[in-house]
Design a binder for this molecule. Structure first.
Ligand code: AMP
Ligand code: ZN
Length: 465
């Protein structure tokens, strides 16, 4: 079945026509490993994962490349401020290499908890310096670069299509924004190579034809996508914040250097935000409101996949308003869905064709996961179908949803000491000694468990962190 995807470049849904027929080449912008990836970042990574799984579900083979940014990302995307890895190293009194290792590990663990399938290739910027230098040399040869005190820059006025992806003309861009120009010729010009400061040895620096330093952030995606997928490739995806700067810059570099498009379809996922429509707050480190997957689990006692479920309830091109209530509702729905699946018993040999067809159509329509989820619920509630057939379809659907629909009820062993605490807490609650009950709850949590008060009495559940 064909898939229709909304292409930001043309502002309409388009049918995917892969360059290599049955193999889709997909590049997605990955995490900058200077800090824990937060649930906003993971909303975007779940969107990539659903895209990838949907393509596989529809019969394509997918070659997926997602980079790990471990050098070059400045605090502001528009090439100003400190480099994020160096700033984190200072903050944590570690080397930038140690910081990168630590947060790459944290990212990979959380991605696993969310059933995100690792990309086919996961290239790191620091391992592709040669490729990045080659790209900058190509741009230099073709007259797109100039040198300032602190680096080599791309001159956007040499690329007439600059801004086409986001539909901004260069004069809109240059006029509207207050960007520190420094030695740059135009505010939208961006760094291709930054020099190490003369009086400082950086942890991460390399020799180049222009002097010792490090690559500008945007360069890595252009260079690594070309290396692993060729140019052009089929689909490039990222968060919506990448549209006006990062992706414009990727296109400018790649097209200026090699004279062919970078990617055919450009997909952008909307942000996770806090608050309500018209009164929203973005999640960010500077806002001090970041939440990680581990924090969701330990604070709200939910399955990490409840967060994945929550993401599926909103279309990737709409904002997701995050709050505790909707997260808990997602957790509840997921548990109910698994219970339905358990009650169905074993999967039969056939699925329910009509539902499978509608599920396929929903996803092939620009990844309409809210409709796909509604079809799942319709299927488990409809009467008169053979349980084995329903189960088989559910398992098929889960290859895209990735929420472990078939997970057995967890059998956990609760240590005796924790069991005693649970009984004491129950007694304190019965005596209406709320303060004491709460103290005991904290002691239980410190032992790595959480008590759930169910209709059959209190039940212990292991905390995942
Ligand atoms: P970074 O680690 O900053 O390079 O970001 C990694 C990915 O997360 C990028 O594709 C961003 O667009 C995306 N992202 C950042 N903040 C959010 C958010 N609040 N909601 C959804 N995606 C986000
Ligand atoms: Zn990128």
């Amino acid at each position: 079945m064909d898939i229709q995807l909304y292409n930001t470049a043309t502002r309409r849904k388009e049918t995917l026509h892969p360059i290599k027929k049955k193999i889709v080449s997909l590049y997605t912008c990955g995490p900058t490993v200077y800090w824990y990836a937060h649930i906003g970042n993971f909303r975007t990574f779940i969107f990539y994962d659903v895209l990838r799984r949907t393509l596989a579900f529809l019969g394509y083979r997918v070659r997926h490349v997602m980079n790990i940014t471990d050098v070059g990302h400045l605090v502001a995307d528009a090439d100003i401020g400190e480099e994020k890895m160096a700033a984190a190293a200072k903050r944590e009194r570690k080397t930038a290499w140690q910081v990168a290792d630590f947060y790459t590990g944290a990212y990979l663990r959380d991605a696993r908890l969310l059933n995100i399938i690792p990309s086919t290739k996961q290239p790191r910027a620091t391992e592709h310096i040669r490729e990045q230098i080659a790209l900058v040399r190509e741009l230099e040869k073709k007259g797109h670069t100039y040198r300032t005190n602190d680096g080599i820059y791309f001159d956007v006025t040499t690329f007439p299509h600059y801004g086409a992806l986001s539909g901004q003309s260069l004069s809109d861009k240059q006029g509207g924004k207050r960007v520190a120009v420094g030695d740059k010729k135009n505010p939208a010009d961006f760094a291709l190579w930054k020099f190490s400061p003369a009086d400082e040895k950086r942890d991460m620096e390399w020799k180049s034809p222009w002097g010792i330093g490090f690559p500008g952030w945007h360069v890595e995606c252009s260079a690594m996508a070309r290396k692993y997928l060729g140019q052009p490739f089929d689909i490039h995806a990222g968060g919506i914040d990448h549209l006006p700067i990062h992706h414009e810059n990727e296109i400018a570099q790649s097209v200026a250097a090699y004279g062919v498009p970078l990617a055919h379809l450009w997909l952008h996922g909307e942000f996770l935000v806090l608050g309500k429509p018209n009164n929203e707050e973005r999640m960010g480190k500077s806002e001090g409101n970041i939440k990680t997957i581990g924090e969701l689990v330990s604070q709200f006692h939910v399955d990490p996949l409840a967060y994945r479920y929550l993401c599926l309830t909103t279309h990737y091109r709409s904002k997701l308003y995050f709050n505790e209530k909707s997260l808990k509702a997602a957790d509840h729905a997921l548990r109910r869905l698994r219970k339905h699946a358990r009650d169905l018993g074993k999967a039969g040999r056939e699925g329910v064709a009509e539902f499978e067809e509608r599920f396929r159509q929903a996803l092939a329509n620009d990844l309409d996961t809210p409709t796909a989820l509604a079809i799942v619920w319709e299927l488990v509630k409809v009467r008169g179908l053979a349980p084995g057939d329903v189960k088989r379809s559910l398992l098929l659907f889960d290859t895209v949803l990735g929420i472990d629909i078939d997970r057995r009820a967890e059998k956990i062993s609760v240590p005796r000491a924790v069991q005693e605490l649970i009984e004491k807490r129950d007694a304190a609650r019965a005596a209406k000694e709320w303060g004491k009950a709460d103290e005991i709850r904290k002691a239980i949590a410190a032992a790595g468990f959480v008590v759930e008060d169910t209709s059959e009495g209190p039940k212990a559940q292991k905390l995942l962190t």
